[in-house]
Design a protein around this ligand. Sequence first.
Ligand SMILES: *Cc1c(COP(=O)(O)O)cnc(C)c1O
Length: 385
Amino acid sequence: MTHSENFDTLAIHAGQAFDPTTGAVIPPVHLTTTYVQDGIGGLRGGYEYSRGGNPTRTALETQLAAIEHGESALSFASGLAAEDALLRAVLTPGDHVIIGNDVYGGTHRLIRRIHGAWGIEHSTVDTSDLDAVRAAVRPETKVLWVETPSNPLMKISDVAALVELGHAAGLVVVVDNTFASPALQQPIKLGADVVIHSTTKYLGGHSDVVGGAAVFAPGRAELAEKVQFIQFAAGAVSGPFDAFLTTRGIKTLALRMQRHSSNAQAIAEAVVGHAAVSRVLYPGLPTHPGHDLAARQMSGFGGMISLDLVGGEAAARRFAESMTFFQLAESLGGVESLVNYPSEMTHASVRGTEAEVPVSIVRLSVGIEDVADLTGDVLEALDRL
Ligand SMILES: *Cc1c(COP(=O)(O)O)cnc(C)c1O
């Protein structure tokens, strides 16, 4: 057997061939800025200067492309750096972007405040409502930006249907796959043109490295080249040690996602019906409006839960500040559980906009600790409200 299409095998082997010089099982981390040339222009393996390329980054990019079923991938210094390079490659002043109405706050801020200042227009719509998306398409629309499950309201959007709609209108369909991770959802297989990641989250998985990626579907080589040129010319690359940590994280992604999902499912089921909770937003619950779609589109429901609390803002703040194992912090996707108050933390930048998050919402990033400890922590914090 010489080739595999299976996630668990690709995550460990793609881009990770042993070092031919020493036999080291783990490819070396290439901490170098530049490369000796065999005569002027005589590059070994195409490497010239590490802004343009570095073997440790290449190893990660090969691994990322494989696990997302893309043709190529580019690794960036952060998720937002990947988003910015992609948007600049696709858009020119006067163009229009459609984004979900509860996308990651930083994505909304990037498009509204940075790209907006350069003449890019945007509409925010509920991407789980296909008619709303269709109605938002204008002659100038170039990009449909989808995040599913969404953050923090955990809405599920139908990627295959959005791809069909988007492609019929000539749009580049981008899926931010950070929340599900490719272990649970593979948008390129559903027709998406580009997958975006904040590898800071589940891919890195240990809350110790910031990074981002853009993965390009087969047939989108021209777009990939444009983004690569922007990456090279503007320079938001990931460093070799960051790339190494991300690669190492990806090797255990499938196992971690199983535990994140089973822990989150148990917690979601335990808090349903609690007097302090008005809504449990978790796609693994049969009562979630996107449950059937998520069951088709994903191979697990993930580790993110949002709770809408009966006591409103005061209860949400108290809950977030009174937990033990769930530490109060931004970000998500690490092995350790975190609680976040989106309205004033991750989504503070969208306060007062159409993408504002209700003040009664708290978001849990369920880690891989013991499930009884985590469930107990959540229930005790709710009981105190
Ligand atoms: C964190 C996050 C981003 C931004 O990524 P950074 O690595 O923080 O720049 C984008 N999308 C989603 C869904 C995120 O959670």
